[in-house]
Write a protein that binds this ligand. Structure first.
Ligand code: PAF
Length: 280
């Protein structure tokens, strides 16, 4: 396994690999890898000749009051995990390498970036779309893999890829969960034992809402109310939003029909958690 930190080296290696006719699968990450990331890497391993994983904690997607400084990092653990699932190349540039100057060039996916997570974290999706576009140009993958846990991020990246005519297939794979349903996330490491227990209420809320939809309820407000009620049973879990939205463009629904996505975002102490469930 090769570890590359320079953009020039990564770009030139990717170019040579493509010239040799190799298919490049790419898993962009911010490190502190868990089973969710590894499932993406395993899929990339099965479907491509070369697997590249990037590990880069992207400053451009963190707000000034967010957790950039304390975002968990484990370079050595990540290296071993990548090796264990057959990653060929880790691309792990520094912030100075990716942004030698204060970023002044951004990719913005309008509309989709301003709702839900975007309404609470302004500039977050601009930072995500910008870094993913840069990484796509550097790594030159045929196919890139993302986890459905970040549903809105996946929608933004798909739209960015299409809008910029980037020749990359964006693959979205299911959320990996702990045994109590909590979606795997690097940020779960912030939770103490009591908070960790409470965090399972996100999945309980989503599955309770899903049951209502399956039982034939068509009013989004009733479904959202059910999510709020389940979360309210856990003291100290503050809701940022619950939503029932169109699965494609995430617009809020007047009535539940077709493919929908149930979304939830909460704060437990200083930790923000998001989750979702696709109901098709
Ligand atoms: O989901 C993440 O880890 C990040 O948002 C991503 C896609 C690697 C961009 O920094």
């Amino acid at each position: 396994m090769q570890i590359i930190t320079s953009i020039t080296s990564m770009r030139s290696l990717a170019g040579s690999l493509r010239q040799e006719g190799k298919r490049i699968g790419f898993v962009p990450t911010m490190g502190f890898l868990h089973e969710g990331h590894l499932s993406l890497m395993r899929a990339a391993r099965q479907e491509n000749d070369i697997v590249v994983a990037s590990i880069f904690v992207n400053p451009a997607q963190f707000g000034p009051k967010e957790d950039l400084a304390r975002y968990p990092r484990d370079a050595e653990g990540d290296r071993k995990k990548c090796e264990s699932v057959g990653v060929d190349i880790i691309f792990t540039p520094s912030a100075e390498e990716m942004y030698p100057e204060k970023p002044g060039v951004f990719v913005t996916v309008e509309g989709l970036s301003d709702i839900l997570e975007g309404a609470i974290r302004p500039a977050h999706f601009r930072g995500v779309a910008t870094v993913v576009a840069k990484l796509f140009h550097i790594v030159q993958p045929h196919r890139a893999y993302f986890g459905r846990k970040d549903y809105q991020q996946c929608a933004v990246i798909k739209r960015m890829t299409k809008g910029l005519d980037l020749d990359v297939e964006v693959e979205v794979l299911p959320t990996m969960r702990e045994s109590d349903g909590l979606a795997m996330s690097s940020r779960n490491s912030y939770l103490d034992a009591a908070q960790r227990k409470k965090a399972a209420c996100l999945f309980r809320a989503l599955t309770a809402a899903e049951e209502l939809v399956w039982s034939g309820v068509r009013e989004p407000e009733r479904v959202k109310q059910r999510m709020r009620a389940v979360i309210a049973q856990e003291e100290g879990v503050e809701i940022d939003y619950v939503e029932a939205a169109d699965a494609d463009d995430l617009s809020p629904l007047a009535t539940i029909k077709g493919s929908i996505v149930l979304l939830v975002a909460v704060r437990i102490g200083a930790t923000r958690l998001i989750d979702n469930l696709l109901v098709v």
